[in-house]
Design a binder for this molecule. Structure first.
Ligand SMILES: Cc1cc2nc3c(=O)[nH]c(=O)nc-3n(C[C@H](O)[C@H](O)[C@H](O)COP(=O)(O)OP(=O)(O)OC[C@H]3O[C@@H](n4cnc5c(N)ncnc54)[C@H](O)[C@@H]3O)c2cc1C
Length: 396
């Protein structure tokens, strides 16, 4: 077992960290205040190969491993503490990968190069106003009609609705098939019959969240992912990949908050000595750092499992992969939130100000506690099922 990063991985990590320090940090407050990631930042991300990293080179990506993408996600989460850029990054990486694996050749050639160069957005639309956890009961329907599918229904709390309208692009959309099963369809947001609505969020303001209403939207058959009726499993595969990068981004945010906190408690004096000399604070730092370190290596292992099995289409270790991913998606947001919260308290009153900027992370990481890419209890349900068996899930 070798825990070292390769020379290429280390070089890439330091390039993304530099991008985080030089481009994301100086822009994060404006990203939050103006509600969008500047096009110049997206262009720089594209230039570094950061958009939809796992997509093969023939479709404009860099064909990156999940481990390399995980490392980059940590750095993006560290760079833009509001998490907006990390969300943009991980949506393109996770769902870009899924489109590359399951999309038709025509759809891949049309959509992916633009996602990779930052001139189109790709997101995921599964949640509906009636709920996002129990996806098997979703209500949006699709019906085959000639060479198209007619889509009818509503999605809610979907990231990137405004970005997909502004830049072009769309969402991989899960719908019930009237003929049986589920369809996972790429739906361009500018299609006729789509109305959108923007929600006012608490945090990660640089990427929009909104609703999409479909009034018999005609989706060409070329935009169907995988076999007809089998869309549910493809969406679940996508969540497994994307959740790993969510956890990675949270780890980056956790490390950033601890770095900020350590610098502060080395300097800030109380009762005649630096705060860091008080064990009440020092031990808290140590406990948090230990948790971050644990979940970071757990997350790297989850990415390694994706590379070793899932990304190769090998389902032989499905339960092991599922457990690894659900446990990091369960733990990383909680550890990150705890780090941000504790460090805010070390700063005292200053921690509550916008000047110090910890509140950006506080608001951003919170999105992963309330539900984005699956709520904490859903991770617990997945883990309970994997540990005890399907018969121990108390409902269908
Ligand atoms: C900022 C943000 C961005 C998002 N972006 C997207 C996106 O791009 N695309 C998309 O499709 N969705 C997106 N979502 C929605 C997200 O996927 C849902 O919030 C999530 O799936 C939970 O669904 P819900 O909010 O409807 O909560 P519900 O399903 O109504 O659940 C409410 C609460 O109950 C818990 N719960 C549910 N069932 C159980 C149970 N059986 N036992 C115990 N607890 C349970 C949940 O964990 C949650 O805490 C986003 C959400 C946020 C906050």
């Amino acid at each position: 077992m070798d825990f070292r990063l390769s020379d290429e991985e280390e070089a890439f990590q330091s390039a993304v960290r530099k991008f985080g320090d030089k481009v994301l940090r100086p822009n994060e407050r404006a990203i939050d205040a103006e509600g969008r990631i500047p096009d110049a930042v997206l262009a720089e991300m594209a230039h570094l190969g950061l958009l939809a990293m796992p997509v093969p080179t023939e479709y404009g990506g860099m064909g990156a491993s999940a481990v390399l993408t995980e490392i980059a996600a940590e750095e993006v989460g560290r760079g833009d503490f509001s998490m907006a850029t990390a969300v943009y990054f991980l949506l393109e990486a996770g769902w870009g990968h899924i489109l590359a694996v399951h999309g038709t050749e025509e759809a891949k050639r049309e959509v992916l190069p633009r996602v990779c160069d930052g001139t189109a957005f790709l997101g995921i639309a599964t949640t509906e106003p009636t709920g996002g956890s129990d996806l098997a009961r979703l209500r949006t329907t699709s019906r085959k009609e000639g060479a198209s599918f007619l889509l009818h229904g509503e999605k809610a709390f979907v990231s990137g609705v405004e970005e997909a309208k502004r830049l072009g692009g769309g969402h991989l959309t899960l719908a019930r098939a009237e003929e049986g099963g589920f369809r996972f369809l790429y739906v361009p947001t500018r299609s006729d019959g789509i109305a959108t609505q923007k929600f006012e969020n608490l945090g990660r303001m640089g990427i929009s969240t909104g609703a999409l209403t479909y009034q018999d939207v005609r989706v060409p058959a070329k935009y169907l992912l995988g076999a007809d009726g089998k869309g549910f499993d493809i969406a679940m595969e996508g969540f497994t990949v994307a959740r790993t990068f969510v956890a990675a981004a949270c780890i980056g945010a956790a490390e950033r908050s601890l770095e900020t906190g350590m610098a502060y408690i080395r300097e800030r004096q109380a009762f005649g000595q630096p705060l860091g000399k008080f064990e009440g604070i020092q031990f808290e730092l140590v406990d948090l750092w230990t948790q971050v370190e644990a979940v970071k290596w757990q997350c790297r292992r989850a990415a390694w499992l994706l590379d070793t099995y899932t990304l190769r289409g090998d389902t032989s270790h499905r339960s092991e992969v599922t457990r690894a991913v659900a446990s990091v998606k369960l733990t990383a947001p909680q550890v990150a939130f705890e780090c941000v919260k504790r460090v805010m308290m070390w700063f005292g009153a200053a921690g509550y100000t916008k000047d110090v900027g910890l509140e950006l992370g506080f608001r951003g990481v919170m999105s992963y506690l309330v539900g984005a890419e699956g709520g904490l209890n859903i991770m617990r349900i997945i883990l309970g099922r994997e540990l005890l068996g399907r018969e121990f899930v108390p409902y269908k």
